[in-house]
Design a protein around this ligand. Structure first.
Ligand code: GLY
Length: 354
């Protein structure tokens, strides 16, 4: 697998023009969704090197990260004569970088992709690291591949286009990166004031730190055979909560589900690995301050457990968690029994007064 380049760019126009002038491609495509076409594409559309691009627009939202939208992208690539030497720029949040990345990975067995993430979630997580895919059969990211883009441009100017819920959603991944890295990052992430007005200058610096944490881990283990599983902290429960929320009238953004998952998996970490209670309490306090509670009752536990059995980290039918014995002290492939998983769901509901 080729290595991806990550460019922290303060001047997207100049940096993109310079990078594209070094890249050989025959046709250029830009993938957007209905939101990013309206809010983000105008920020780049005047860049001269992008004038020849064919714009593709699909429906926005994770519920559309599916076969229909993927097929729509393949169809346009095919109709427009895209080749293996074509370049597909994915301009959007995680839904676009995941689906566009997978379209790129599979079209004629792979054309070149480049990510310009526009949400905090995509900037710090989804767009970096080469994971691509779509949801399938009610399961998150069930179909996909590891297919690194040729480059990821980290430019925080898009953050100002984000609504509050999307900002919180991405911030949950920054919390995760802090929990699996160092006390210093953890302290800075938990002291950041997420109430408005947001200090974007400080957030930009924290984004660069967060991306660096992910990059280090992905470089060491690009195909998630070992330590990359650390990046799944909070996601075993988080993905199940997200799937549950998709069955309701109020589907959660990914990071909001991850925030629930972080609470549950910190509890499991405390029970199984001795994660310190003061840091558990501190983290829950922060999450409670900003993230609305997700309402569910014990009737949902069986379904949540069933979703967890589909987690990609599992082996031989055993649900494998990534747990922590302290900040940055990672334990991968930790199996947890059903009773304790249910206890962690009880813990979340009690902590949030549900
Ligand atoms: N989002 C977790 C990873 O990229 O491994």
């Amino acid at each position: 697998m080729s290595e991806q380049k990550v460019i922290i760019s303060n001047d997207l126009k100049t940096d993109l023009e310079r990078f594209l002038s070094t890249l050989k491609y025959d046709k250029l495509f830009i993938l957007t969704d209905t939101n990013t076409k309206e809010k983000c594409y105008p920020l780049i559309k005047d860049i001269s090197v992008l004038q020849a691009a064919r714009l593709i627009c699909i429906l926005s939202g994770d519920v559309h990260k599916n076969q229909e939208q993927l097929s729509a992208v393949w169809q346009i690539l095919s109709n427009e004569g895209a080749s293996r030497n074509s370049l597909l720029i994915n301009l959007g949040g995680g839904m676009i970088t995941d689906l566009g990345g997978f379209a790129g990975a599979t079209f004629k067995r792979g054309l070149q992709t480049l990510n310009i993430p526009t949400t905090l979630m995509a900037l710090v997580d989804a767009a970096v690291g080469g994971k691509t895919g779509i949801n399938f059969n009610g399961l998150k990211n069930e179909i996909g591949s590891f297919y690194p883009p040729v480059c990821v441009f980290i430019n925080s100017s898009f953050l100002r286009t984000l609504d509050w819920n999307n900002l919180l959603s991405g911030y949950a991944e920054m919390m995760k990166h802090a929990l699996i890295s160092s006390m210093e990052t953890y302290a800075s992430v938990l002291s950041f004031d997420l109430s408005k007005p947001v200090d974007y200058a400080l957030l930009n610096r924290m984004v660069a730190q967060s991306v660096a944490i992910k990059e280090r881990i992905v470089e060491e283990d690009p195909k998630e055979k070992g330590i990359r599983k650390a990046l799944n902290f909070g996601h075993t429960v988080g993905h199940a909560i997200e799937s549950l929320s998709f069955k309701t009238d109020t589907p959660l953004l990914h990071g909001h589900a991850v925030a629930v998952g972080i609470v549950c998996e910190l509890y499991l970490s405390y029970k199984q690995c001795g994660f310190p209670t003061d840091k558990l309490t501190q983290t829950i306090h922060y999450i409670k301050e900003y993230y609305p509670p997700f309402f569910f009752d014990c009737k949902a536990y069986d379904s949540l457990y069933e979703w967890m059995t589909h987690d990609k980290k599992n082996e031989n039918g055993i649900i494998n968690f990534t747990l922590l014995s302290d900040i940055g002290q990672i334990h991968i492939n930790r199996s947890v029994n059903k009773e304790l998983i249910w206890e962690s769901l009880d813990f979340y509901r009690e902590s949030f007064g549900i």
